[in-house]
Design a protein around this ligand. Structure first.
Ligand SMILES: [Zn+2]
Length: 94
């Protein structure tokens, strides 16, 4: 599995022995979870998707005001790298 820093997309990341934490050697970013990166073309269902759950409710939903909201995957192309942390929570409007 391809693994890149979520901050700077560097490949120079190191894991501790149980892979619960990693650190980027280029930008110094540290994470407490293993990186999960998939390419959009490898994701067939929401259950396969790293962002399903906390970040994305899955499927087409509407905001409380009734505006339809497309899930983020609507806009991915096949090569899009999908990580659990690709969207920050402050940016979402639902
Ligand atoms: Zn980095």
């Amino acid at each position: 599995m391809l693994k890149l820093c979520v901050e700077c997309e560097s490949e120079n990341i190191v894991f501790n022995k149980d892979e619960k934490m990693w650190e980027c050697l280029d930008c110094g970013y540290k994470a407490i979870e293993p990186l999960i990166i998939k390419q959009a073309k490898d994701i067939e269902t929401c259950d396969d998707c790293p962002i399903y759950g906390e970040v994305c409710p899955g499927g087409a939903k509407a905001s409380p005001s009734g505006t339809p909201i497309d899930p983020p995957c609507t806009y991915w192309d096949d090569e899009q790298q999908v990580t659990e942390t690709m969207y920050d929570y402050d940016g979402r409007d639902y």
